[in-house]
Structure formats: C-alpha cells, structure tokens
Design a protein around this ligand. Structure first.
Ligand code: G6P
Length: 611
C-alpha cells in the first residue's frame, strides 16, 4: 500500500525523504517520487519502479544541474489502483498552485473529474489523486486559505485519504489532512514531519501526534497546528512509541498475520471502490464482455481455493461452465481448450511459477487470458491479455489471509458482472445483490473481531492446538471454505488436517474418527443444514468432538449437536467470508498457543517462483 512522507525545517530534506521512503518499502509499492521546494519553485522527481530507480533519476538530475537541496519536501511510494504504474501516474501530483501526495481511494473521482473539467481543469494522469489535487486547488482559489481549502475539498470527496500538500504560496510549510487512511505528524530537531507509518519517523523521534479523522494541519518548522473542520485549533496530545522498529511496521500487532486479518474490512472497501460504480459491479474487461465458452481457472494454494469460490458463483449466477485447476497440473495435463474459452489466472504475488507457466501455455494455444493479481506490474499482470487488480495491499505473512478474502470478493463481483452482461439477472437485482454483499461481508467480518466471537474462537483454538489431527466438513460452497480453512491450520500450526465434502465422510474418512478427534463443521446453507446435522450426528456417535462454525441464522433455526459453536452475526447468504476470517483467526491462535511464528512457517515461501 502507498506510503507518505513529508519533512520541513531541514537544510536539505531530500536524503531524509529518501531514507524514510526506504523504510516504507516493506509495504509494497510500484513507483516512488519526491517534491521539494527550491528557489525556482517546486521540483518533482518521480518514477515507476523501485526507490533505487528514483535515486538514479535524482543522481542524473544532479549531474545535469546542481546538487539537489530544499528545506521542505514530500515523498510517496505508490501501489497502483487507478492507472498503471508509470512515471506520470506516480506521485507527487502537481495541479496549478499545489503539489500533493495521497494514500487511499477517491470513490467519486469520476464525478469530480467531470465537474473540474467543466471548470477548465485538465489532467495528465489516470489517477484519482490528480482529481483530488485539482479539487483542493479549486477550493483554494475560492478561499485563499490552505486549511479551509483542505476541509472544503474533504467534504467534496467520498472515500479514504491522507494528503500531504505543499502550496506554492507557502513553500516552506507542509499541509495535511486525513480520513480513514493512516497519517501521523511529529517534530524533532527543529524539523517537522508527516508519515503514513510510524516506522518512517522512528530514526528522528519516538514522539508523534496521531492525526484525528478529518483534522487538517500545517507544519511550520517544528511547529504543528491542527484544525477541525470549523477552523477551530485542536490541542492534540503527543504520544510516545513504545515499540521497536519491527513492531512499528506491524502497527502494534504481535504478528503480520494478525494485522493482515484485521485489515480485511479496509482491504474490502478498497476493492469495492475499484470494482463498483454506484451499487453495480463494474469490472473493466473487454474479455468479460465478449462471448465466453468455458472459464478455466488456474492457480496455486490459497489462490486456487479462491477459484473454487469463484466457480460456485460464476456457474450459479452467470451460467458459464468453470473448471478449477491446480496450476502445476494444468500446465502438464494437455487441457482441452476451445477458441471461445478463457483462462483466468489468480495470484496474489503475480509471480508464482506454475501459474505463470499456465498463462504462457494458454497464450501459446491462442486462448485469451485474464488475471486477478494483487501486485501491480508483476509477471502475470504484465503477460496476461487483461488484468484485474485486487486491492489487498501488501501481504507479508506467508499464509495468505486478506488476499484470499479480497480475491473471493472480487470474484463474486466478477460473477455478478458477468451475469448482468449476459442478461441472466436484471440491473435491479444485481444492485440489490451487490449492496447486500458489500454491507453483509464488511459488517460480518468486523463482527468476527467482537469479543463475544473471538472468545469462542479462542476456546476452539485451545482444544485444537492440543490435538494432532483435525477434520473440516461442509457441503457446497462450505466445502471450499473447509479446504482453505484446513490449509491455513496445517500451514502455520503443523497440525495435520483434512477437508472433506461432508457427504464423502462416510465413504472412508469416518474410520479415522475416534474419541476426542476434532471435526470442524461449517454450515451456512439452509438447504443443506439438515444433511449436515445428520453427518455431525454420525461423527458424534463415534466420539468426534464437533466445533460448528455457522451463521447466527443457522444457529437459531436448527438444533445442532455440537460440542462448541462459533456463531457469526451475518445473514447466511453472505456468511462465507466472515466464517473464513474466523477460521483464519483460529489457525493463527493455534500457532501462537503452540509457540510457533505464524508469519514464517517452516518450509514455506510467500512467493513460489520455482517450479
Ligand atoms: C505459496 C504461498 C501461498 C499462496 C500460493 C500461491 O504457496 O505460501 O500462501 O497461496 O503460493 O501464491 P500466489 O502469489 O500465486 O497467490
């Protein structure tokens, strides 16, 4: 995810900007840039690629001109959402009399763009950020007051943002405002700074000011002034970081995996903002608008499990046949591919060797390829005919959590979009389905973090972490959740687990059930709940210990013979992803209880770039 930094008050802020940007690298990014004030005005140097590329560009500039120095500057690492990673789309963006860096997503950028264009604004990039810069510039032209302009523009903007701004009229001051995106301010050694991440300021100070939602601020040397939207000055108490740099990168969470699970609601909002217009799905793809025979999904690990989730909805809503393939098998099985088929590659990293090989196989057979990727500019994103980006932000823990949730959410929208394009559902019902999906899964996942639910998850983890074998059972789409839930558990806790379609249990695996063996039963479907309950009875009568993960509606409607229950406050239709979050949290808790590091499980790598 993007990173913001700003320094003022130093003789030369440029090295500080570059060091701070390097400390934000771990968040993942595809472009970087800085802007700083000089005697000749604001100078911007930015580029797609890594900070090394930015440093080289700065060196070239120094060789051609003079040494770079400026007492006030802002910097940015970009993770592309609107517009590909390119020099022009990189931040900072300059519009008329201000220069700006931005984290977050401007949801109503299309509307704002239209009204700004009518007022004579022109745009160079494809970014939503440039639109925000123009909106602030418009408000500045009306108010001649940077703080008022920021507040007025914030009222105009829908979405999340943290802005760092330098106005030409105040070249030695940094202005900022935030809503829903992180940003802190700090002062030390005669210098003031802003940063999206405390890590970036730790080399200078451990003291910082948390910036309240919708508060604007100005930094003049080492003095920082905060204002609410009525222009009243705010007295913000300074806080002190008590963590190490490594802790700070984790934002205070003991592990990245936990941080990433807690980031799921935010990641979902970013994904919805980029894949919906109003309440309708809007997936930008020519391939999806054309005739499609069969969709062949190829992916590995968790991404392949997201493919199973996709198959359920694409077939159900759009009535297009879908095959889900393990990429390492697909590439060698001489798949039957027809001219109208498409191959859909799903990958968080966009670099997984087998998924990439499947993509190349499809291309060699002249089959159209579409990818769903999290990392912009990655090999799979570059080589596929079309790419759709998930907006999960960087995922650092090896076991994938938020990337899976966001992949599934994106694929649900894709299924709805396909159904709409093929006339399988009306716009009216698509709108209804879309808005209830967005509402239910965001609130459902947030409710998993309520104490009433986490204490149940903790109790389940206590039982499971003391066992060697666990089974997961479910029917229909729930059986796919079982597969991913089981993978999570074994990846990080090293407890052996197997996932079974509940109806298959009696055809073999039930022989392994004996006293105390934990069986996790997932039930979200009212239509199959009774069948699940009879399966649970069979398990219980052989001594199995049943932990049910269910929607609240199922728990209320049916008498389930469980030993423990984790009931999720979410309508059954959309309880799948919240249940997945609960299963991720349970796997995490098991690993921690066993004294294992969930972020770095043995023998596993985040991105498997070898075959
Ligand atoms: C590795 C990771 C998994 C991931 C899989 C696919 O095995 O450990 O967490 O699901 O690769 O990765 P991708 O980046 O293609 O989604």
């Amino acid at each position: 995810m993007c990173g913001i930094i700003g320094f003022t008050g130093h003789k030369n802020c440029v090295p500080h900007l570059l060091d701070a940007l390097s400390s934000l690298e771990y968040r993942g990014y595809d472009s970087a840039g800085i802007a700083y004030s000089t005697d000749e005005g604001i100078r911007i140097i930015k580029t797609s690629g890594k900070i090394e590329a930015l440093k080289n560009k700065i060196k070239d500039y120094e060789t051609a001109h003079c040494n770079i120095s400026g007492d006030c500057g802002i910097g940015h690492t970009r993770w592309a959402t609107h517009g590909e990673p390119s020099d022009v789309n990189s931040h900072p963006h300059r519009v008329r009399d201000l220069t700006l860096v931005h984290n977050g997503i401007i949801e109503n950028y299309a509307e704002l763009k239209e009204s700004l264009a009518a007022k004579g604004y022109t745009f160079l990039s494809e970014t939503d950020t440039e639109i925000a810069a123009a909106q602030i510039s418009l408000r500045y032209s009306e108010t001649s007051d940077p703080i008022k302009a920021l507040h007025k523009a914030a009222e105009d903007i829908r979405g999340s943002f943290a802005f760092g701004v330098i106005f030409d009229d105040y070249p030695h001051k940094i202005y900022a405002i935030r809503r829903d995106s992180p940003l802190v301010a700090a002062a030390a050694d005669g210098c003031g700074m802003i940063a999206s991440d405390i890590t970036a300021i730790l080399p200078h100070t451990r003291k910082y000011f948390p910036i309240p939602e919708n508060a604007a601020l100005v930094i003049d040397g080492d003095e920082i002034f905060f204002f609410d939207r009525f222009g009243r000055e705010l007295d913000i108490p300074e806080e002190e970081v008590t963590w190490s740099t490594e802790d700070a990168r984790r934002g205070g969470y003991p592990h990245f995996m936990l941080k990433e699970i807690f980031e799921e609601p935010h990641a979902l909002r970013e994904t919805f903002a980029s894949k919906m217009v109003g309440n309708l799905p809007a997936i930008n793809s020519k391939i999806l608008s054309s005739r499609i025979g069969t969709i062949h999904i190829a992916a590995c690990g968790t991404a392949m499990h997201a493919g199973l989730f996709a198959k359920h909805y694409i077939e159900k809503l759009a009535k297009i046949p879908v095959t889900v393939n393990i990429a390492s098998e697909f590439r060698y099985c001489d798949p039957l591919l027809d001219g109208e088929d498409i191959v859909l590659l799903i990958s968080q990293s966009g670099e997984t060797a087998d998924t990439l090989a499947s993509l190349r196989l499809a291309k060699s057979r002249e089959i159209r390829t579409l990818s769903l990727v999290n990392v912009a500019g990655s090999a799979i994103a570059r080589e596929s005919d079309e790419v759709i980006y998930t907006c999960a932000g960087p995922e650092i823990a090896v076991a994938s959590t938020k990337a899976y949730i966001v992949q599934c959410a994106s694929l649900y929208l894709l299924a709805l979009d396909l159904a709409l394009k093929r006339g399988m559902i009306s716009a009216e019902s698509a709108e209804k389905m879309c808005s209830s999906f967005v509402r239910d899964i965001c609130s459902g996942i947030s409710s998993v973090f309520d104490y009433s639910v986490t204490e149940k998850i903790d109790k389940a983890a206590e039982y499971i972490s003391a066992r060697r074998h666990v089974f997961y059972i479910g029917r229909g789409i729930d059986s796919h959740l079982c597969t991913e839930g089981s993978l999570k558990l074994k990846e990080i806790s090293y407890i052996h687990s197997e996932a079974y379609a509940a109806g298959e249990m009696k055809h073999g695996t039930i022989s392994l059930i004996e006293d105390g063996v934990p069986v996790i039963a997932i039930i979200t479907e009212i239509s199959t709940a009774e069948k699940m309950i009879s399966g649970i009875r069979e398990v219980k009568s052989r001594g199995g210990y049943v932990i049910a993960f269910v929607s609240e509606e199922i728990a209320d409607k049916f008498e389930i013979p469980y030993d423990e229950v984790v009931s999720i406050p979410c309508p059954s239709t959309h309880a799948h992803l919240p249940i997945m979050t609960a299963l991720q949290l349970m796997a995490y808790k098991c690993a921690v209880k066993l004294g294992l590091d969930p972020d770095k499980p043995r023998n596993l790598a985040k991105s498997v770039t070898v075959e």
